[in-house]
Design a protein around this ligand. Sequence first.
Ligand code: AMP
Ligand code: MG
Length: 475
Amino acid sequence: MTFLFDHSWKRSLPGLFLEQVPDPAPKPGLVVLNEGLARSLGLDVSALQDNGADWFSGARVPPGADPIALAYSGHQFGGFSPVLGDGRAHLLGEFVVDGRRFDLQLKGSGRTPFSRGGDGKAALGPMLREYLISEAMAALGVPTTRCLAVASTGQEILRDTGLLPGAVVARVAASHIRVGSFQFLSARQDTAKLRALLDYTIARHDPDLSPGDALGLFDRVAARQAALIAEWMGLGFVHGVMNTDNMALSGETIDYGPCAFMDAYAPGTVFSSIDRQGRYAYANQPLILGWNLARLAESLLGFFDPDSGRAVDLANERLDQIAPLYEAQWLRVMRRKLGLLGQEPGDLDLAQALLSAMEGQGADWTLTFRRLAQATEGDAPALTGLFGDPAALIGWLPRWRARLAPGAQSRLLAANPAVIARNHKVEEALDAATRGDMAPFFALLAALQSPFVENEAYMLPAPSGFGRYVTFCGT
Ligand code: AMP
Ligand code: MG
C-alpha cells in the first residue's frame, strides 16, 4: 500500500466538513508526477506511476482514503462570505512522515455542497500553473504547499475562452487550516467546536503549546506569516488573492490562482483581473497580513481572556506589533539579498534607498538583485543598464559597497535567484500543454527547480510586445 491514510480532521472536527466523493473521470491520464516529492515523503513511486492516473483524477479513490470537503468562511476582497468551503476540492486524508502530518487533497475533482454556481472543475493550464509556481517557491526555500501530481480527466470543461481540457491537481499541505476555518465557527458562535479547532491546530502545528493557548497560537501564526510575506516581497511575488480563506495557519503559501512574479519594480503591481482596487497589490501585502491577522484575532477573542475588555486589550497589543514584526522580517530578507553580514543601524535605510532608486526606472526586480553581485567592486553596466536613469543607483552603490564584508559576491549569488517563473515563459508552457505538447512545461520546470543556476533562456523579463500580464481566479 502507498498511502497509510489517517483521518484526524474527520475524527476531531465534526461540523467542519461534509463527506463527498470526487467525480469519476471518464478518461484519466497522469500528466505529471512529482517523483522527487514522492520520494521525500517516503511514498512508493512505482505504485504512484501505476495508479496515479486513477487516484489523482478522481476516477478511483485510493485505498484507505475517505474524501471530505472542508467548510470555511472567508473575507473575499474585504467582504465576508460566511460559507465558502471546498467548492472543487476533496481532502483524501492525511499521512504522517517522520512525525510530520500532511494533507493530501484533490482540487478540480468535482462539485460539492460548497460549489455555489461553480462546476467544481479545473482546466489543465491553471493546475499546471499551480504545479510550476509552487515548485518554484519550494526550490527558492519559501514555505509552500506542494503538488504531488496533475492528472487529466478526459473531460472538456467550459471557460470564457471556450472548451478546455479538464484536470485535477493533487496537493500536499502541512494542513488546510485557514483563518477562514476559524471564522466559520466564530461566525456561528460555536464555542465548543472553535475550541476543538484551536486544540487541533495547536496539536498539529505547535504541539509545544498547551491546549487552549490561543494567544500562544496567534503569536506563532503571526511570526510564520510575517516571515512568509517578507519572503514573497523579497522575490517580487504577488499572491493576488490574500483572502482570509487563502491564509494558512501553517505559514505555507497556499492557493496559486492569480499569483505572479513582478518584472519591473513597481509597488502598485497587480496581476489579477478582479483586483480592480489594488487591494492585493505587491506593496499592500504586508498591510493585508495585518488585516487578516486581525480577523484571526477576532475569531479567537473569546479564548484570549474570559474578560472581554481584557481580551480586546490583549488582541490590540498584538495587532500593534504586526507592523514591527513584519519590518524585522523584511529587513532580515533584505540583508540577505544585499549580501550584508551582521546588523547595523543604517541597514533599513540602505535597503529602502535602493527601492527608491529602482522606482519608476523600469528596473527588473529579480535581475537588479542578481546583478548586484557584479557591482561589489566597480562598474557594472549590466546592472545600471536595467535602469531608465541609473543616477540614483550610481549614487547608492558606494554607500552599499562601504557596508560589504569580504565574500559578498558569493553571498549575493546564493541569495538572489537567476530564474523565477517569468510570466511569458509560464504562459508559453501552459499554452503548449493545453495543445498536448508538454516539452516546454518540463523544460521550464527543470529551470525553476534550480533557480540559482544562470539559464539564459529563462532569465529575461517578457519582451515589451507581451503587454500587461493579467491573471484569473477560480480557473
Ligand atoms: P479561490 O479564489 O480559489 O480561493 O476560491 C474561492 C472559493 O471559490 C472556494 O470556496 C473555492 O472552492 C470556490 N471555487 C473556485 N472555483 C470553483 C469552481 N470551478 N467550482 C466550484 N467552486 C469553485
Ligand atoms: Mg482558496
